[in-house]
Ligand binder design. Sequence first.
Ligand code: NAG
Ligand code: NAG
Ligand code: NAG
Ligand code: NAG
Ligand code: NAG
Length: 179
Amino acid sequence: MVSKKLVPLNFWLVLVQFFNTINADFTLYAYGTNISGLPVFYMNSLAYIGYQIPSDLGGTNITFTMNDTSLYPQKNTTAGGSGTITGNPKLYIDTSTDAIAQPGFTTNDTDTTAATTTGFRFLGTDIYWKASDGTLLANFWATETDMDGVWSLVWNEPDDTLDNSTPVVIQNMAPAARI
Ligand SMILES: *[C@@H]1O[C@H](CO)[C@@H](O)[C@H](O)[C@H]1NC(C)=O
Ligand SMILES: *[C@@H]1O[C@H](CO)[C@@H](O)[C@H](O)[C@H]1NC(C)=O
Ligand SMILES: *[C@@H]1O[C@H](CO)[C@@H](O)[C@H](O)[C@H]1NC(C)=O
Ligand SMILES: *[C@@H]1O[C@H](CO)[C@@H](O)[C@H](O)[C@H]1NC(C)=O
Ligand SMILES: *[C@@H]1O[C@H](CO)[C@@H](O)[C@H](O)[C@H]1NC(C)=O
């Protein structure tokens, strides 16, 4: 006979899956107000959002793999762009108290609070970062740039309201149709 307690537990496990390692390449997409699944791309070691990759400025389409709570970008060899990625960088976010900073990519082996490269995980399709107290945070925002259709990705530690910005969810799921 099935214990009553097992039923909700199994139900929960099926619905909520954590991942901190994904070997297959995936693209990350941002979703928010007026941002309907725009890919995260790489430009001069910083993370941006948009379909209009400024190739003349060294922008490049990327895919990611995930290993042991770190996210590794690779140039999308099908639709890359002019940028080059040297070494084996990882995505970092600035998790310092009250930091509002653009995530980027670093090959540094040692984390600093200002460049945290570990602690990422997927909850379903959404990326979270796990703070040392165990809280799951997803304080991603998009801030307009002076380039048409290009937003800076921002980690907004205090989750403050920012000018010319909107909160975004970062997912590994492509939009149903390009908008
Ligand atoms: C979304 O787009 C509409 C139409 O362009 C604009 O009026 C509105 O301010 C935008 N909202 C944000 C949060 O950018
Ligand atoms: C994943 O990371 C671990 C160390 O955290 C390393 O030993 C392993 O080789 C890595 N695997 C891949 C596929 O990069
Ligand atoms: C790489 O870019 C091509 C062309 O935009 C796209 O079709 C493909 O899905 C991308 N690769 C991945 C793994 O997302
Ligand atoms: C980047 O990817 C987008 C979407 O797949 C594509 O439209 C664009 O042409 C690509 N850019 C470059 C520079 O390859
Ligand atoms: C990587 O390390 C170098 C040398 O210590 C430092 O100057 C640089 O700011 C670090 N990069 C990041 C993203 O922390």
